[in-house]
Design a protein around this ligand. Structure first.
Ligand SMILES: C[S@@+](CC[C@H](N)C(=O)[O-])C[C@H]1O[C@@H](n2cnc3c(N)ncnc32)[C@H](O)[C@@H]1O
Length: 288
């Protein structure tokens, strides 16, 4: 479902951050960060200096340090090291409750390895109570029905947060059924039942509130997205005109009048802010 299944897109990705780049990145970006989310695009566990990323997060006092991963390469030693370095939430991508769906949707993914990794996370949580396990389940017409068995199969790992979100078209992907037609009629009943199960398992549920969100494919909470999400990769550093090697966040935001923009947004109508509610932004509600 991810744009990393698009060969042409992958060809455009080059390079990786050196250790020195990381130090500069941290200095320019982390003093303001409330959350460091590693692995919003590529797979973080293949990166050579991953330990250092978390170490820097901790050094700069970022309150929430999280990693999104397919977990297939996680070992006990690797994870323990990341947690010691500052990781406090691990978000694991899961797109099928049962083996067939899991392996069909996660190219080269291995269901047995995946369960082993979850067991490792669950064990490490016992001695590191601050570590949260979050599951991210992007749903589509082929994996939605089995989601009802989520707690039966995965409840034993002590999942702290389950986030379910509808597939969106984020590129020319190998899986390309973006329709939610079969899900919309059953979604409201499903979410009622799933909310109850999540509460019984002491798991926080993040999900579109109801079918309206699925039909509209937008969410009022997305208004905060452009002001809170800073995507950084070796080929893309937040905004095009931000010269990250020579400028820091504070100088840049002063230059573009960021503060004024935020204040003026407070007085704008919902209609005037409509352009901020883009499709693939937030697909859950945020309570302000
Ligand atoms: C792009 S992956 C990359 C991080 C890491 N390699 C992993 O597998 O978790 C990050 C998240 O994007 C979500 N995702 C992938 N394709 C999506 C799509 N078409 N629509 C919405 N979310 C998607 C996945 O559920 C995954 O948790």
């Amino acid at each position: 479902m991810c744009y990393f299944t698009d060969e042409n897109y992958v060809k455009t990705l080059k390079g990786s951050f050196s250790r020195e780049d990381l130090d500069l990145w941290a200095r320019q970006s982390l003093p303001q960060a409330l959350k460091l989310q590693v692995g919003c695009g590529a797979e973080p566990t293949v990166y050579k200096h991953l330990d250092r990323v978390f170490e820097l997060g901790k050094q700069y006092g970022v309150p929430h340090i999280s990693m999104t991963t397919n977990a297939n390469l996680l070992t006990r030693e690797k994870l323990q090291k990341l947690v010691d370095n500052g990781l406090n939430e691990i978000t694991v991508s899961l797109h099928g409750i049962y083996q067939n769906t899991y392996e069909e949707l996660m190219q080269k993914g291995d269901y047995q390895k995946f369960h082993k990794a979850l067991q490792i996370i669950s064990d490490i949580k016992q001695t590191n109570p601050n570590l949260l396990l979050r599951i991210n389940y992007t749903f589509n017409e082929d994996n939605f029905t089995e989601l009802k068995d989520f707690f039966k199969v995965y409840g034993r790992y002590g999942v702290d947060i389950i986030q379910i979100r509808p597939i969106s078209k984020i590129g020319e992907t190998a899986y390309n059924n973006f329709s939610l037609e079969k899900i919309i009629p059953v979604y409201d009943d499903f979410i009622k039942m799933f909310k109850k199960e999540a509460a019984l398992n002491q798991t926080t549920l993040m999900a579109p509130a109801g079918i309206d969100n699925l039909i509209k494919r937008e969410n009022d909470s997305s208004v905060i997205f452009n002001y809170t999400y800073f995507y950084v990769s070796p080929t893309h550093f937040w905004r095009k005109d931000f010269d990250w090697k020579n400028q820091n966040f504070r100088d840049y935001t002063r230059q573009i009048g960021w503060g004024k923009q935020l204040i003026s947004n407070v007085f704008k109508s919902k209609k005037q802010l409509q352009h901020l509610l883009r499709d693939q932004n937030l697909n859950y509600d945020v309570d302000f």
